[in-house]
Design a protein around this ligand. Structure first.
Ligand code: SF4
Length: 483
């Protein structure tokens, strides 16, 4: 098999999307639609769990939402007026079916299903402790730690047990949970990953992004606040703030790349944010050129912003085919290198003889940027200038985003001058961290940043217990080995 989408393969990848609905006829069919709109947040597996007032029903499968949840018999089997769902790209735990969410357990207090967007940075430590106390894990997912902490809590009610459990975890979690007593939504005290609440008729909905509300005709009500827990059942909608208030640190990368441009994140249109980022980039790093070309699809709004600010015409210099899957079986070795052009091809007639500004959202390993620059040169570009709508990605994410280890991040290894040579561009510039905040309407406070920007700055908003333990262990081993 040959990868036909090298542009997407050299991106940071959001790991999960969640959706939950309470009080809707055929709740599972709404969840399937919502998950469909969140497919960009996780494409390896999808799952839905419903509750019909007596029993829980679950269907989890590898692959996309379409294909798994477009069959009548599958949706009919997910009976009930309340359901939650999850799309996944693996973070912690392998992609085996046992890790596909929602995870479900029969607790002493009844059935308990959980769908989690984020990643716990002390899950390994908690797991070791739980293992020693006799907990038997069914999956390798960090999310299962929450279930065991709830199961073994000394508190009485399920909600108190959940609060007790979440009080012990570190890292990022936006959760929707299904119990016999109602639907629960919860966001970590820093609000690292997004979670929104909406309504349609008498139904209450929670979703990772507003676009999932749009597709089912629901109206956006509000963000679930950082540190907030919302319980929805026949008694109504109740909001709790069980954790001490902290300065929120929502992920800044949601605006740069992860969220769909038609979503509203932290009260701001992602599309507008990206255009402003492009405009800020044009102000910070202007360049003499003939055309502004976006790297499709994620570079498009930033390129529009760059074009409008600079006055350089916006042109579609790279055309994307929408009929190509992620991989393609190459007929023979000779055409292997041609596969990458199946999905993206230079618009030769446009590019020839032009000075091109290429706009992309980020550089991860740099392999893609090199290929795109070469694609422009092969098409006859006179000059190729690359402008990036995020600061250099120098650090790994531990909060639910798939990042290569630091050693594989180009910006962790090279300065901008060396990167320019590596990708073979005439010039390369990234938006500054302050410029990125400005574009989002903030003034960055370096002493207490208003967002998580750790992949650019290394300023992680939580402890990284598992990483520290791993490093300590490695150092310990090295010490032993050197004795
Ligand atoms: Fe987002 Fe980067 Fe923070 Fe991860 S490290 S949550 S990708 S800003």
């Amino acid at each position: 098999m040959l990868t036909t989408d090298p542009f997407e393969d050299d991106k940071l990848r959001e790991e999960c999307g969640v959706f939950g609905i309470w009080n809707a006829d055929g709740a599972a069919s709404f969840v399937a639609l919502g998950l469909h709109a969140l497919q960009h947040r996780g494409q390896e597996a999808a799952g839905i769990t419903s509750f019909d007032g007596t029993s829980f029903h679950s269907h989890r499968a590898a692959g996309h939402v379409a294909g798994n949840f477009d069959k009548d018999e599958v949706i009919r089997a997910l009976a009930g007026r309340t359901a939650i769902g999850h799309v996944r790209y693996s973070t912690t735990g392998s992609s085996a079916l046992r890790n596909v969410q929602p995870l479900f357990a029969e607790l002493a207090q009844g059935g308990f299903a959980v769908a989690h967007n984020g990643n716990l940075s002390n899950a390994m430590k908690l797991r070791r402790t739980l293992n020693r106390r006799g907990s038997i894990f069914q999956s390798t997912s960090d999310t299962e730690v929450i279930i065991h902490l709830v199961a073994t809590s000394s508190h009485n009610s399920l909600i108190d047990r959940l609060v007790d459990a979440l009080g012990q975890v570190e890292g990022a979690y936006s959760l929707v949970l299904l119990t016999e007593h109602g639907l629960v939504a919860c966001r970590d005290p820093l609000g690292i990953r997004p979670l929104v609440m909406g309504r349609v008729g008498d139904s209450v909905i929670f979703a990772s992004e507003t676009v999932a509300l749009d597709v089912i005709g629901a109206r956006f009500e509000r963000d679930v606040a950082p540190g907030e827990m919302i319980v929805v059942n026949d008694s109504g909608v109740r909001s709790f703030r069980p954790f001490a208030a902290e300065q929120a640190r929502p992920c800044i990368f949601e605006h740069v790349y992860f969220s769909r441009p038609d979503s509203v994140v932290d009260g701001t249109s992602v599309y507008e944010s990206r255009k402003k980022i492009g405009a800020e980039l044009a102000q910070e790093s202007p360049v003499e050129a003939d055309i502004v070309v976006p790297v499709p699809d994620s570079g498009v709004p930033a390129a529009l912003g760059f074009s409008q600010e600079s006055g350089i015409p916006f042109e579609l210099g790279i055309i994307r085919s929408h009929y190509v899957g992620r991989t393609f079986i190459q007929p023979n070795q000779e055409v292997r290198h041609l596969g990458v052009k199946l999905k993206h091809n230079a618009n030769h007639a446009l590019i020839k003889g032009k000075r091109v500004v290429l706009i992309d959202d980020s550089i991860v390993r740099g392999t893609t940027s090199h290929k795109i620059v070469q694609m422009m040169r092969d098409a006859g570009a006179r000059e190729v200038h690359m402008r990036i709508a995020s600061p250099p990605t120098r650090h790994s994410c531990f909060y639910g985003v798939d990042t290569p280890e630091r050693a594989k991040l180009l910006a962790a290894q090279m300065d901008v001058e060396s990167m320019t040579k590596f990708i073979n561009a005439d010039s390369l510039a990234f938006i500054s961290i302050d410029g990125l905040y400005r574009a989002l309407g903030d003034h960055r406070n370096p002493a207490a940043p208003q967002r998580c920007d750790a992949c650019f700055t290394g300023d992680y908003p939580t402890r990284l217990t598992d990483l520290t333990d791993k490093n300590a262990e490695a150092t310990g081993l090295a010490l032993v080995a050197s004795r």
